[in-house]
Ligand binder design. Structure first.
Ligand code: NI
Length: 175
């Protein structure tokens, strides 16, 4: 099975703005989707990618991201749920492959724990700190139809959207 990259859809595409369906089929199609999502994330030089970003409304994401100690973690999570988020927040800039180009400051919990399953349906429990925590929460929110820009003020949100510039790996602008 050879992974292929898929176009990353851009904010405004309806698939990004509605909740994705729980994964119930743990067959070869899911494995193929995950492989393709990794290939797409690396092509786009991203640190995380959720299935709706490649137009698939299913609850799965992939990541390859460092935590606050600088160590990299790579994997995928199916049907993730945020089971704990620290009250302590951390400032940082956030971006999204579906909002290509700009970044905006957004405080996020410093530590996040998620539960879910892997592509075989085996339970997973992951705790991340720093940028990895930011990634876990950002990607899980994608599956609920929430983009990071939805947390910004209306003014900043529209400014960020004005600065969107698609890359070669993006799908055409939906507007
Ligand atoms: Ni994103």
């Amino acid at each position: 099975m050879k992974a292929r990259t898929r176009p990353v859809v851009i904010a405004g595409d309806p698939v990004l703005h509605r909740p994705a369906a729980p994964v119930t089929d743990f067959g070869p199609e899911l494995a193929e989707l995950i492989e393709d999502m990794f290939a797409t994330m690396y092509l786009a030089e991203g640190v995380g990618l959720a299935a709706p970003q490649v137009g698939v409304s299913q609850r799965v994401f992939v990541y390859d991201c460092h935590d606050e100690s600088g160590e990299f973690y790579k994997g995928h999570v199916v049907n993730p749920v945020i089971s704990h988020a620290s009250a302590e927040l951390e400032d940082g800039d956030e971006g999204c492959l579906s909002v290509p180009g700009p970044y905006a400051p957004l405080p996020r919990p410093r530590e996040v724990t998620i539960t879910g399953v892997d592509q075989h349906g085996e339970p997973l429990r992951l705790t991340g700190t720093g940028f990895l925590a930011r990634c876990f929460i950002h990607e899980t929110e994608h599956l609920d139809g929430i983009l990071y820009i939805d947390h910004l003020s209306r003014r900043r949100r529209s400014r960020v959207l004005q600065d969107v510039e698609p890359f070669s790996w993006n799908a055409p602008l939906p507007f």
